[in-house]
Design a binder for this molecule. Structure first.
Ligand SMILES: CC(C)(COP(=O)(O)OP(=O)(O)OC[C@H]1O[C@@H](n2cnc3c(N)ncnc32)[C@H](O)[C@@H]1OP(=O)(O)O)[C@@H](O)C(=O)NCCC(=O)NCCS
Length: 171
């Protein structure tokens, strides 16, 4: 598949995420996303959601992919040179009246790579970055009809929080 944006060969400047790469003795590593990873991220997302959203992902990359701030994280898990999962999140200050906390917006692991600890490693790595940013609380939102993601977050120690989501149709 052709890259969405030409591959950058220059090295990313050393920011907080430079120290994020985790390299266990074996298995995938987790590191900050690079431009050349985007096609694979888009393909994983399209496989899970059934929608290919190139413009959306380009904008997510612009916003979260700089790798320069612990507060904004777009991480990928790499196994044998290919992207097998990603996680995106951000520290939000005082939104919904809450003290600053880390939010996970998205996590996906390639279906063939699941149940091998990659999701856990992604969540651990983003949590470490948020701790470095000074926050001590992690939050996320999930669809009620997605028991898989609920099982995963529960397995990581997450429980129902103090916020509830509300919505209505806008005519
Ligand atoms: C949820 C997800 C990220 C988990 O990734 P993973 O790499 O398989 O997770 P791990 O291997 O680290 O699993 C950790 C724990 O999560 C739970 N878990 C993971 N998959 C599970 C499943 N299919 N059923 C029940 N529990 C599950 C288990 O407790 C597991 O621990 P265990 O293996 O010791 O039993 C992955 O299944 C995924 O990408 N699902 C689709 C996500 C999605 O819908 N994203 C869109 C909204 S953001």
């Amino acid at each position: 598949m052709a890259p969405l944006i030409p591959t950058m060969t220059s090295k990313r400047p050393a920011g907080p995420n430079a120290a994020l790469s985790t390299a266990p003795a074996d298995g995938p590593i987790v590191r900050a996303v690079q431009r050349a990873d985007l096609d694979q991220v888009i393909a994983i997302d399209a496989g899970v959601t059934g929608l290919e959203k190139r413009k959306y992902w380009a904008s997510v990359y612009r916003r979260y992919g700089s790798g320069e701030r612990s507060e904004q994280q777009f991480l990928v898990a790499i196994d044998q040179g290919r992207v097998v999962g990603f996680i995106i999140g951000e520290v939000r200050d005082w939104e919904f009246g809450s003290p600053p906390c880390g939010w996970v917006f998205a996590i996906d692991v390639l279906p063939q790579a699941r149940l091998g600890g990659i999701g856990t490693r992604l969540l651990e790595t983003i949590s470490a970055a948020f701790r470095r940013a000074g926050v001590r609380k992690l939050r996320t939102m999930l669809a009620r009809d997605n028991p898989l993601i609920l099982s995963f977050f529960r397995s990581q120690g997450m429980m129902a929080g103090p916020l509830i989501s509300l919505e209505m149709d806008l005519e």
